[in-house]
Design a protein around this ligand. Structure first.
Ligand SMILES: *Cc1c(COP(=O)(O)O)cnc(C)c1O
Length: 423
């Protein structure tokens, strides 16, 4: 809290002007404040709920659920994550270019045109079919390097992976191929966030049966993972009686949100991202006047309004028109009229002290009274995952550690204060 209230330290001798100018610019407009300590704390809190031998893979796909790939990866590792998961090889390459050496797994079908780059960067690839296996082998052979491979078993999600019978055959082929290192086996649950556990139990049984068969044939790989956030929170983290280092793949819970609004999180797990802006205009609209496009809201009395520089092009759903609220001085200010592309109008009736330039929390922590990603999602007919991953590239991300801004990712790229100071 209080991050956006602080003005950038423009007179500090330790402050290079590039850093201060960009930080001041970010703070004065719409920005996402990402608390790196909270991300690390979330990883630690999730690990505390697990048996000590269980390892954490932080899922960083889609720009780390909107939080920003590289700083979030470092925070996850600082919090005890041993593995990083991405959806695209390109995301893994960015992590490697940033000097991150932790194991990176591409969770799903890889871009066929980048297999060699992935193998050269020691990025682990998922295989779900013989065609996948052959493509990875071809790339590995061309490079003269072994490729690390995790076999995905489709136990019921029916998205990617080999069905159980095919998985046994693939495991044999993987194990006997000198170009491939059969490092892991995993599956993905379709309904781990639903109250009805029947499908989850069926998938667990199918995965166990495949693994037992691999054990019987002496083919079981050294690493195994099955749980997303929901399954992790439910304790469906894998059978300790079978071989394999157990890993859980946490996405949404690592970011401090529940996989489903009906679930709860371990103590200490909180949202790490706040979307903040400043009032760019305060004005009064006469009674009987319409507000914003289409005049879908008409005032019944003279109404003091505030203009906030956030719109659907920033990822704020247009479906929040006349629904939802932003927080000003700790007070919920309802959205009035349609959300525009770049701007939204709120009522300031309950915050008479609000002035031009005052901070506005668009999305934040429920403890502050701010609208959460889940509340925004439910009011607009989607899920918190989509709200986070829709946050636009044009929104600068300000990274905070120990209450201080330490890095900033804006349209000019990632700037870290330590780097700037020594320039
Ligand atoms: C996205 C994803 C996850 C993370 O899911 P959360 O619900 O965010 O924890 C885990 N595993 C796979 C294969 C995924 O695609």
């Amino acid at each position: 809290m209080g991050i956006a209230d602080r003005t950038a330290p423009d007179r500090s001798p330790a402050c290079s002007s590039g850093w201060c100018d960009r930080l001041r610019a970010a703070y004065s407009a719409l920005h996402a404040a990402v608390d790196l300590d909270q991300l690390a704390a979330n990883a630690r809190a999730l690990l505390r709920t697990l048996p000590p031998d269980v390892e954490l893979l932080a899922v960083l796909k889609a720009n780390a659920y909107g939080h920003g790939l590289v700083p979030t990866a470092r925070a996850a590792l600082a919090g005890g994550a041993r593995w990083l998961g991405v959806a695209r090889i390109e995301e893994g390459l960015v992590l490697r270019q940033a000097g991150i050496t932790a194991p990176v797994v591409v969770l799903g079908p890889p871009n066929a045109g980048r297999l060699r780059e992935a193998i050269a960067a020691d990025i682990t690839l998922a295989v779900g079919s013989l065609a996948d296996l052959l493509a990875v082998r071809r790339a590995a052979s061309a490079l003269g390097r072994r490729a690390r491979v995790h076999l995905e078993v489709d136990t019921g999600m029916h998205r990617f992976g080999a069905d159980p019978a095919e998985a046994i055959a693939l495991a044999r082929a993987l194990r006997s191929d000198p170009a491939l290192e059969f490092e892991g086996i995993y599956t993905h649950f379709a309904t781990a966030d639903a109250p009805d556990c029947r499908t989850l139990r069926l998938q667990l049984a199918r995965f166990r049966a495949v693994r037992e068969r691999l054990v019987a044939e002496g083919l079981h790989p050294p690493v195994v993972h099955q749980a997303n956030s929901a399954a992790t929170l439910r304790g469906a983290i894998g059978d300790p009686d079978l071989p394999g280092r157990r890993v859980v793949r946490a996405g949404i819970a690592f970011y401090g949100l529940t996989p489903d609004p009906a679930m709860s999180l371990p103590a200490g797990v909180r949202p790490a991202l706040q979307l903040r802006a400043r009032l760019t205009r305060c004005f009064t609209v006469d009674a009987g006047e319409g507000i914003s496009y289409g005049h879908t809201y008409v005032t019944d009395r003279p109404t003091r309004c505030g203009l906030v520089p956030v719109g659907y092009a920033d990822g704020l759903p247009r479906a929040l028109s006349n629904r939802g609220w932003f927080l000003v001085h700790g007070i919920r200010c309802p959205i009035r009229g349609r959300v525009c592309m770049d701007q939204t109008i709120i009522s300031l009736e309950d915050v008479p002290q609000a002035q031009l330039g005052d901070p506005v929390i668009v999305l934040g922590d429920p403890a502050s009274g701010a609208m959460t990603a889940w509340e925004a999602a439910e009011l607009s007919g989607t899920i918190a995952y989509e709200i986070l991953t829709s946050l636009a590239a044009r929104i600068p991300r300000v990274y905070v550690r120990g209450g201080e801004p330490v890095a900033l990712a804006d349209s000019f790229g990632l700037l870290e204060r330590d780097v700037a100071v020594t320039e």
